[in-house]
Write a protein that binds this ligand. Structure first.
Ligand code: ATP
Ligand code: LTN
Length: 337
C-alpha cells in the first residue's frame, strides 16, 4: 500500500485593499507569496474588513479590492495552487475574531505600535475596530491552522500577539490552534519612505514617498531620482547614518540578489545619479511585466469573479472545520454548521 501523502504545511497572509500597493508591499510580502506556492498550501486574502478600520469611500474600496486581487494574480500567483479570496466573504473571520476578543486583554492591545501610530493619524476616528485590529488578524491566521505567515517586519508585533492568544486558548481548552511562525525576508523586510527614510514606506502616505507597483516607468524613475539621500555622495550601507542611500541599496539588493558589498563596490564613487538610475532600472525591470499582466487581468471581470467565488468557497471549507472545533470548546451550539 502506498503511504498517504504527508500534508503540506500551511501559509496564510493578508494585504489590505487600501490605496496603491507599494514596492514595500511587493518586496516585504507579495513576492514571497509566489516563492512559497509550490512548497506550501497557501491562502492569500485581501483583508477588506481590516481596511474599514479607517474611513473608506465605499465605491473606491470595492475597486481597490479588485485592484489588489488583480495585482496578486499579475505578480504570478496561481489561483488554483493558492486560495485567493476576500476576507469579508468568509464569515468565520468575523466570528472567530469576536470569540478571540474575549480572550485578549485591553493592556495587550494598548501596547500595539500600529494602533498608536494609526490613532495619531486618525485622531478623529479612534474606533473599537482599530483597537481590535490585531485580534482580527489573529483570527485570520488561526482560522486556517497556519504554520507560517509571510509578513514585513512591521507586522511582527501583531504576529506575537496572535501566538500569545492562540497559546492562551490552547492552554485553556486543549490543542485547538496551530501556533504560527513568521516568515520575514532577510533583505527588504522594511522598505523605507523615499522622502523620510527613517519611516516605513506606506501606501497611505503621500504619493511621492512611495513607488506604487502600478507606477509607470517614467514615474518610477522620477520618484527614485528625487529620493532623499545625503550630501556625501557615498554608496555605503549604513542605515543609521545614511538611511536614504541604504534604503535604495536594500531595494537594489532585494530585487537583484546582489550583496551590499557588491553594490558598494560597483557604485561607490560614481555619484548618486548613476546609482539611482541603476535602482530605477531594477525596479522597472521587475514591475513592468507585472503591470502588463495587470492590465489584462483587471479587464477580465468574469475571471476575477470566478477566482473570488472559488477562493471564498475553498477557504470556507477549511475555516468551518476550525469553527466547529472552537464552538465546541467554548460551549457554543455546534451542531448546525
Ligand atoms: P497602510 O499604509 O495602509 O497601513 P501598508 O502599506 O503597511 O498599509 P499592509 O496592507 O498593511 O500595507 O501590508 C501588507 C504587507 O506588506 C504586510 O505583510 C506588511 O508587513 C508588508 N509591508 C508593508 N509595508 C512594507 C514595507 N515598507 N516594507 C516591507 N514590507 C512592507
Ligand atoms: N495586518 C496586516 C494585514 C493582515 C495580515 C493578516 C497579514 C491582516 N491579516 C494575516 C498577515 C496575516 C497589515 O497591516 N499589514
Amino acid at each position: 500500500m502506498e503511504q498517504a501523502q504527508t500534508q503540506k504545511k500551511r501559509i496564510f497572509s493578508g494585504i489590505q485593499p487600501t490605496g496603491n500597493l507599494t514596492l514595500g508591499n511587493y518586496i516585504g510580502a507579495l513576492r514571497n507569496f509566489k516563492l512559497l506556492e509550490d512548497e506550501y498550501d497557501c491562502l492569500y486574502s485581501i483583508v477588506d474588513l481590516h481596511a474599514i478600520t479607517v474611513r473608506q469611500n465605499p465605491a473606491e474600496l470595492r475597486k481597490a479590492c479588485l485592484r489588489t486581487m488583480s495585482i496578486f494574480l499579475a505578480s504570478g500567483l496561481d489561483p488554483v495552487k493558492n486560495i485567493i479570496y476576500f476576507q469579508s466573504q468568509v464569515h468565520d473571520h468575523a466570528e472567530l475574531a469576536w470569540i478571540l476578543d474575549c480572550y485578549t486583554y485591553m493592556g495587550e492591545l494598548s501596547r500595539m505600535t500600529q494602533f498608536k501610530d494609526k490613532s495619531q493619524k486618525h485622531a478623529d476616528n479612534i474606533n473599537c475596530g482599530l483597537f481590535a485590529y490585531p485580534v482580527l488578524m489573529a483570527a485570520d491566521i488561526l482560522l486556517y491552522q497556519s504554520d507560517l505567515v509571510p509578513i514585513g517586519v512591521d507586522q511582527k508585533q501583531h504576529l506575537e500577539l496572535c501566538r500569545d492568544v492562540g497559546q492562551r486558548f490552547n492552554a485553556l481548552y486543549g490543542d485547538t490552534f496551530v501556533i504560527p511562525e513568521g516568515y520575514i525576508p532577510k533583505v527588504g523586510a522594511k522598505i523605507m519612505s523615499l522622502q523620510e527614510p527613517e519611516k516605513k514606506m506606506s501606501k497611505s502616505d503621500p504619493e511621492e514617498t512611495y513607488v506604487a507597483i502600478l507606477d509607470k516607468p517614467d514615474v518610477i524613475r522620477k520618484k527614485i531620482r528625487r529620493a532623499v539621500t545625503d550630501c556625501e555622495n557615498r554608496v555605503l550601507f549604513d542605515p543609521e547614518n545614511r538611511p536614504g542611500v541604504s534604503n535604495l541599496m536594500s531595494i537594489l539588493s532585494a530585487l537583484t540578489g546582489s550583496s551590499m558589498d557588491a553594490i558598494a563596490a560597483e557604485y561607490d564613487g560614481r555619484g548618486y545619479g548613476v546609482f539611482k538610475d541603476a535602482v530605477a532600472d531594477a525596479v522597472i525591470a521587475v514591475l513592468e511585466p507585472i503591470q502588463n499582466e495587470y492590465d489584462r487581468i483587471i479587464a477580465d471581470k468574469a475571471f476575477l469573479q470566478q477566482v473570488m467565488e472559488s477562493g471564498a468557497e475553498r477557504a470556507s471549507q477549511i475555516a468551518h472545520k476550525t469553527m466547529l472545533k472552537v464552538r465546541k470548546k467554548v460551549g457554543l451550539a455546534a451542531w448546525k454548521l
